[in-house]
Design a protein. Structure first.
Length: 208
């Protein structure tokens, strides 16, 4: 079984993906971390503007060395969105994601193009969204709790820029697959999102 979850920045799809994977005993891959890791390599090397360097970083990526905590910062998200707009970077990360999805026990992948490009035959596809303001509020609280000195306005501006870039790019833009189930989390808690998602999944595949 493969569950594909897509949605814009800070829509809660990462947390949801983790919860669903735990509940169903599936492996989970937050694919945003792949683009973030490529961006982190480029930022460290001062090569963010160098497309060839970002493609090389994508080819060299090792899933076992990903450090989610170190990759979660806002600066990394913005840089990840920049490298993710390059078709050759996406191509370099394609096989790794497909192999993950093909794990014998089944998998949950979340990102922007999972239901459309990486796993078009996924058992269940969810498209998770919320208003930019609500997503910015959630991300702002998360950053503030970690002691980051960003303002709500800066977080909202960053989300709007990333939404525009992730949805407007020509390579695998963020969009809802025709057969993806829509989950608007604007008025839901984390728990509410999880229980709604499980209802949608059960309705789609029968008892779980
Ligand atoms: O989900 P996230 O915020 O961690 O993702 C960071 C960036 O990576 C996001 O702005 C766009 C890009 N991304 C992508 O293009 N495709 C994916 N499947 C996942 C992330």
């Amino acid at each position: 079984m493969v569950i594909a979850i897509d949605g814009p920045a800070a829509s809660g799809k990462g947390t949801l993906g983790r919860r669903i994977a735990e509940a169903l005993g599936l492996s989970h891959l937050d694919t945003g971390l792949l683009y973030r890791a490529v961006a982190a390599r480029c930022l460290a090397d001062g090569t963010l503007a160098d497309e060839a360097a970002s493609v090389a970083a994508a080819h060299a990526l090792d899933l076992s060395t990903l450090d989610p905590e170190a990759l979660r910062g806002g600066e990394m998200g913005e840089a990840a969105s920049v490298v993710a707009a390059r078709p050759a970077v996406r191509a370099a990360l394609f096989d790794l994601q497909r192999r993950f999805a093909a794990r014998p026990g089944g998998a949950v992948l979340d990102g922007r193009d999972i239901g459309t490009v990486i796993c078009p035959d996924a058992t269940v596809k969810l498209f998770v969204t919320a208003t930019p303001e609500v997503r910015a509020e959630r991300r702002y609280r998360e950053l503030a709790a970690r002691g980051a000195g960003t303002s709500f306005e800066d977080v909202l501006a960053d989300i709007r820029v990333r939404d525009a870039r992730d949805s407007g790019r020509s390579a695998a833009p963020l969009m809802r697959a025709d057969d993806a189930l829509l989950l608007d989390t604007t008025h839901l808690t984390v728990e509410g999102v999880f229980s709604e998602a499980m209802k949608l999944i059960r309705a789609k595949i029968g008892k779980v």
